[in-house]
Design a protein around this ligand. Sequence first.
Ligand code: NAP
Ligand code: ZN
Length: 352
Amino acid sequence: MYKAKAYAASSATSPFASTTIQRRDPAEHDVQIEILFCGICRSDVHQARNEWANVMPTVYPCVLGHEIVGRVTRVGSAVTKFKPGDLAAVGCLVDSDGTCPECKAGFEQFCPNWVGTYNFPDKHLGGVTFGGYSDSIVVTERFVLRVPSNLNLAAAAPLLCAGITTYSPMRHWGVGKGKKVGVVGLGGLGHMGVKFAHALGAHVVVFTSSPGKKGDALCLGADEVVISKDANEMNKHAGSFDFILDAVAASHDINAYINMLGRDGNLTMVGAPPEPLPVGVFGLLIRRRSFSGSLIGGIAETQEMLDFCGKHNITADVEVIPIQKLNEAYDRLVKSDVKYRFSIDMASLKSE
Ligand code: NAP
Ligand code: ZN
């Protein structure tokens, strides 16, 4: 075991503060990574504030962060894919049983024994797993990803959650040329959804509640932008979409978007508002529409997404902050005041 520097919150209402945590020494299949950048996901905020208490209650103190890029510092004797000095990345998953049908099919995120990067039982050290708001992490090789060398590292970090969470359902539902695709909520996930849908060749329409984001949406790759409060603009698109990705973090009228789908159209929810959303069944009966959800993505697909980003030069639009601004960043994120993802420069932790 060794001590690592980290930022932790000690309750749902406490700010994050500097601390030290225990990390395991790398065992034979482990990779130790010096964390260079870590993105701030809205899920971190839900978790820090225990907003998902009914589904996954937070264990305190919590060290969050699951959009991790860094450099390998040590590897165990059985590690074959990484050596010290290599770039490496870790997303929302750090382990799974590797033997169940989900793991065998590449869906480690649906394994009944999956281990999340934070707030999951830590089978090595007891307590819970600690995430990327830290100077290092130790992860079994199977869950460590390769980062294409042409990508800016601060801007690549958010690919590990915002990237895969939007890429995976778009691939699953066949987003591509000739498809009309909506993206609801232009935040960290939403802006990646726009970039992927555009790169895959779809006609992309952004739905935003923030009129000030219209210009950005077009620059990011949207073909059209709809201000969701404008009923006239909304009505123009009724019944016309093949696929809509909803990345909104709060309660909203989901039926307004279901009614935008054409025949066999699908609306996939990736946003995770804590409260249930009422769904009008008739909206689904008409035109055989479907409403579904999607959770991050498996390891092989995450690597596929990173390689796709390397090929198409896709990264997140980030505001890089020192870790000392973490609490301020949380407050700004809740107010949608970030374009479009915070990425923490972990070198700032050295001075703590
Ligand atoms: P974010 O950066 O805060 O973006 C959310 C966007 O939703 C905002 O930018 C805003 O877009 C819209 N929004 C926020 N509050 C709203 C409100 N009250 N009414 C209407 N629209 C609102 O968050 P994020 O990091 O992208 O995460 C989005 C959600 O996805 C969170 O709930 C997060 O926990 C969840 N998530 C799920 C997965 C998964 O695997 N399914 C993975 C990661 C995150 P506009 O200003 O454009 O309206
Ligand atoms: Zn996330």
